[in-house]
Design a protein around this ligand. Structure first.
Ligand code: G
Ligand code: G
Ligand code: MN
Ligand code: NA
Length: 254
């Protein structure tokens, strides 16, 4: 309850901050995207991990204003970097189930893009398999609207949910993110290596981008390169960092 009350004030008191983690193109070695990851820095509690407070935000409905703040901040920051002359890149934002199912969510995203001036192709929303399969007709309709708008969609934690492969061809998605639990097992568990290979092949055949999460070692990276995974994200390149630190990783295009 204490956490809940403090979280209630967090937005207004500007205690929330977005960290960014780079997503690296495995062909060129360039950063071509970033995932925005929320952090809560409270004067008394210190840094509270999203694993702790996102579930509370979801239960209390606070995820709606917090999620909107996250989307707006990520789009705004991305536009600022583009205006500064850095190579344009995607920003990915995690979306909770209740946000995705919220009435008028697609329109809200459109409004945020308008407001911030970010082109739709530079925004990606991440949803999980469990969100996607909750109501497949609703999801198909919503994802079509995002497609028409030009916003990219990825499936987060792919391989861990109970999704059927059939939906993948009906849903307008752009990318699969291979869950870190498989990546962690590269060189350790050959079954999980096989799952990674299968996900990459599936993505390739469906013409989807494929991003490996939680890449921590050179060995994992070289396995993913050999298997022709498109992109990687993980501590090997960088932890999620505050925007000022992320900026140091960026390259100017002129
Ligand atoms: O950054 P970290 O690994 O601590 O994130 C923990 C979890 O919190 C991850 O599952 C991540 O998807 C989730 N998360 C981080 N930022 C956001 C956000 O802005 N919105 C939602 N819904 N989840 C987030
Ligand atoms: O659920 P989601 O995939 O959105 O969450 C991403 C989470 O993974 C974030 O909490 C982020 O901090 C964490 N993360 C990012 N890179 C690595 C990594 O290389 N290793 C581990 N263990 N976690 C990572
Ligand atoms: Mn994610
Ligand atoms: Na994930």
């Amino acid at each position: 309850l204490i956490l809940e009350n403090k979280l209630y004030n967090a937005l207004e008191r500007k205690e929330l901050e977005l960290y960014y983690q780079p997503q690296v193109d495995l062909n060129t070695g360039q950063i071509i995207g970033m995932e925005a990851l929320i952090r809560w820095i409270n004067p008394e509690l210190g840094l509270v991990s999203p694993g702790k407070f996102i579930p509370i935000a979801e239960e209390t409905g606070l995820i709606i204003p917090i999620g909107e703040w996250t989307l707006r901040s990520a789009c705004k920051q991305n536009k600022v970097w583009q205006n500064m002359g850095y190579e344009p890149m995607r920003v990915a934002v995690n979306i909770s189930a209740c946000q995705f199912q919220q009435e008028g969510f697609v329109e809200k995203v459109g409004q945020i893009l308008n407001e911030t001036g970010l082109e739709s192709k530079w925004l990606e929303i991440e949803i999980t398999e469990s969100i996607a399969i909750k109501n497949v007709d609703f999801t198909a309709r919503t994802l079509r609207k995002f497609k028409d708008m030009g916003v990219k969609v990825s499936i987060d934690d792919f391989g861990t949910g109970f999704s059927s492969l059939a939906y993948l061809k009906n849903f307008k998605i752009d990318a699969l993110k291979i869950d870190y639990s498989f990546v962690r097992d590269i060189g350790i568990n050959s079954d999980n290596e096989s799952i990674i290979k299968a996900i990459i092949m599936l993505a390739k055949n469906l013409k989807l981008n494929v991003i490996a999460e939680g890449v921590e070692t050179k060995e994992q990276l070289s396995f993913l390169r050999d298997e022709e995974c498109n992109e990687s994200q993980g501590y090997l390149f960088s932890k999620p960092v505050p925007s000022k630190d992320f900026e140091k990783l960026l390259v100017r295009h002129n």
